[in-house]
Design a protein around this ligand. Structure first.
Ligand SMILES: [Zn+2]
Ligand SMILES: [Zn+2]
Length: 78
């Protein structure tokens, strides 16, 4: 019986030479060694007025980044 190829894991292989748990991690994160998703210690808040959501792109949260982009396209001078 084949065993999981991840470091100290000795569980039977389910797919791709990894056990069920590591295979799932690999599918989710692209890396079977990931135990938790890394996050910035303190996310920068969205720079939109009165928005407290953490920023994702260019200093805006996902929603406001979308609005910002759409506006920039429609009115480049504004
Ligand atoms: Zn494993
Ligand atoms: Zn926002």
């Amino acid at each position: 019986m084949e065993l999981c190829t991840v470091d100290a894991c000795r569980k039977p292989v389910k797919a791709k030479r990894m056990c069920a748990m590591h295979h799932q991690r690999w599918r989710r994160h692209g890396d079977p060694g990931v135990t938790k998703v890394r996050r910035a210690a303190e996310p920068t808040p969205c720079k939109w007025v009165n928005c407290a959501k953490p920023s994702l792109s260019k200093g805006y949260c996902s929603k406001h980044y979308y609005i910002h982009r759409t506006r920039a396209k429609a009115r480049p001078e504004a």
